[in-house]
Design a binder for this molecule. Structure first.
Ligand code: GDP
Length: 145
């Protein structure tokens, strides 16, 4: 087991539905430590940069409109095996396919408006964390957190 960081984003639908508290509660109850967090509204260009890997997909324009269409909350999370454990906590991309009891199964409205993002590999966790937070904005691990 390795201590890992993952980048979560509580997406604009999560903020709109006022589920920020509930989603963070589940994340903390699952043992993730919050190392950085802020509320921002991405520009269209920032959303396009974040999702550049999907630029050839038919849903790219809709996705980046959605992600830049309201405030979102990027969060840096730390835990042993954070990447895999966070993906398990949020469930499959499509809420209809997400396992029962996962965040997306319980809160998401569609495959696009699926409440939360989670990095899919340790290297993407590092890259995506750096997209929103310079290292000095990430709080170090301490004995009581
Ligand atoms: P994730 O890693 O589970 O977030 O899924 P992907 O990396 O495959 O896709 C990134 C994001 O694009 C998803 O979280 C959705 O918001 C959106 N998305 C993925 N597939 C589709 C799709 O088929 N249609 C639409 N409209 N959006 C999608």
């Amino acid at each position: 087991m390795a201590l890992e960081r993952t980048l979560a984003i509580l997406k604009p639908d999560c903020i709109r539905k006022e589920k920020v508290g509930e989603v963070l509660r589940r994340i903390q109850d699952a043992g993730f430590q919050i190392r950085a967090m802020k509320m921002i509204t991405m520009s269209k260009a920032e959303a396009e940069g974040f999702y550049a890997v999907h630029e050839d997909k038919p849903f790219f324009d809709d996705l980046t409109d959605f992600m830049s269409g309201g405030p979102c909350v990027p969060v840096v999370l730390e835990k042993e095996d954070a990447i895999a454990d966070f993906r398990a906590l949020i469930g499959a991309t499509d809420p209809d396919e997400a396992a029962e009891g996962t965040i997306r199964s319980d809160f998401a409205g569609s495959i696009q408006e699926n409440i939360v993002h989670g990095s899919d590999s340790p290297s993407n966790g590092q890259k995506e964390t750096g997209y929103f937070f310079p290292e000095h904005e990430i709080v170090a691990n301490t004995a009581n957190t």
